[in-house]
Design a protein around this ligand. Structure first.
Ligand SMILES: Cc1cc2nc3c(=O)[nH]c(=O)nc-3n(C[C@H](O)[C@H](O)[C@H](O)COP(=O)(O)OP(=O)(O)OC[C@H]3O[C@@H](n4cnc5c(N)ncnc54)[C@H](O)[C@@H]3O)c2cc1C
Length: 393
């Protein structure tokens, strides 16, 4: 593989796969270097929601919510085997912080941003139907709102996007660890370890889509690019065996009011997530004992069957890392926008991806490609990513 590529991308997470798909669809040659496996990082450790993010309305992230809802609609059409609508329930108790009028306002705005189609409908569940809510605690329960959002299998979605990129001509080197890159006047020399040997290739543009490793990778680039102030925030989930649920429960942590999801997933129950500042090697991220207690507390509070010690132990757990803008205050309220940076305004050689959401990968990839297109040779486009179907296998 020692040749010149239009684009070399580091990372086969959702962003790396998405940018490879966008580049290949635009007719460019693209090589993806992945050190571990497709979706080995955060793209297999998310809450698996393709959603606008109702709670982002609270922090005024309207642009992000609108774009996410647009992408949700598109993915429901392009990837029906991988993305499906799911019913969400928001129970409101006497002590719930978000009051019914706030939820009604939020859901109305959410429906408006979703384009008021059938998936945007919401309402409240009649009291006689509360018994169908998987044993949800009903003491002090005042109302249960319902609406729709979408769920996916994040790792399978990422693999499907990667396959789509490959079907358009993108190449994947796996496992291949990028060791560094040197930005020249018109090309980038990329060094990587693959098949037991150190190798080199040339790229018109080098894309750093290394997720939680993006800062470490930036330190291996010459000349060293400026890196925005970022923080890694760990999020954990617990997995329980159990009967399928009626839908996703969107509840408040009784301890601090943070929104927590209790979700059906692959015939099991998934509860998450936490937010804990992380320092160290991203490869070592794992749920801490205090996070397990925090999530168990949520389950016990809302679903009394989990007060039984035998049922309280999860069958499995996992943790992933969010890349968020550094800042004071709770991570919960920080921007979930993807930050795309380039090394220079005209003819960039380096594009870096920081943070973002699984949901918006396609829109982000389209933006990324537009930002580097001046550095890429003219090619005949092969496809449009908003028309490419994604299959489960
Ligand atoms: C707990 C949690 C819950 C979330 N829930 C949701 C959700 O429900 N909905 C939603 O839309 N978003 C969600 N997100 C956000 C979403 O998961 C992430 O934004 C997204 O997966 C990040 O993808 P990525 O491609 O940027 O990074 P990653 O998926 O981490 O991919 C980076 C890849 O780069 C590779 N790599 C790193 N360094 C090198 C190197 N030197 N050489 C070669 N390869 C390298 C890694 O092995 C890895 O595979 C969640 C995130 C977290 C942490």
């Amino acid at each position: 593989m020692s040749r010149r590529w239009d684009v070399v991308i580091v990372g086969a997470g959702i962003h790396g796969a998405g940018i490879a798909q966008a580049a290949a669809a635009a007719g460019h040659t693209a090589l993806v270097l992945e050190q571990n496996a497709i979706a080995a990082g955060s793209s297999s450790r998310s809450s698996k929601l393709i959603h606008g993010g109702l709670r982002y309305l609270e922090s005024g992230q309207l642009r992000l919510v609108r774009e996410s809802l647009h992408e949700r609609k598109l993915l429901l059409r392009l990837a029906p085997e991988l993305v499906h609508l799911q019913k969400f329930f928001i129970p409101v108790y006497r002590q719930t912080r978000r009051r019914p009028w706030q939820l009604r306002t939020g859901l109305s705005l959410y429906a408006l941003l979703a384009g008021l189609d059938a998936s945007a409908h919401f309402g409240t569940l009649p009291r006689r139907e509360w018994a169908q809510l998987d044993g949800l605690a009903t003491q002090d329960l005042q109302q249960v709102f319902w609406y729709h959002d979408a769920q996916t299998d994040d790792a399978s979605l990422t693999a499907a996007v990667m396959r789509s990129a490959q079907s358009l001509g993108a190449q994947l080197a796996l496992p291949a660890q990028c060791l560094g890159a040197t930005l020249g006047a018109d090309a980038v020399r990329v060094r990587y370890r693959h098949e037991g040997a150190e190798q080199e290739c040339e790229a018109g543009v080098f894309v750093n889509a290394a997720g939680a490793w993006a800062r470490a990778l930036a330190h291996c680039i010459e000349p060293r690019p400026a890196v925005p102030a970022l923080e890694l925030v760990q999020g954990s989930h617990l997995v329980y065996e159990g009967p399928p649920q009626a839908g996703v429960y969107y509840v408040e942590s009784p301890r601090d009011g943070r929104a927590i999801f209790v979700m059906p997933w692959r015939g099991k129950l998934l509860v998450g997530t936490t937010e804990v500042r992380f320092r160290g090697d991203p490869a070592t991220v794992a749920p801490g004992a205090h996070e397990v207690h925090y999530l168990q507390e949520v389950l016990r509070h809302y679903f009394p069957r989990f007060r039984d010690a035998a049922l309280a132990q999860p069958a499995a757990s996992f943790a992933g890392l969010r890349v968020l803008p550094a800042g004071v205050g709770h991570a919960f309220h920080r921007s979930r926008e993807t930050l795309l940076t380039i090394d220079r305004a005209s003819r960039p050689r380096l594009l870096s991806v920081y943070g973002g959401k699984l949901t918006t990968w396609r829109a982000v990839a389209a933006r990324a490609l537009a930002m580097i297109s001046a550095s890429l040779p003219a090619r005949a486009p092969r496809a449009r990513t908003d028309q490419l179907e994604l299959r489960a296998s």
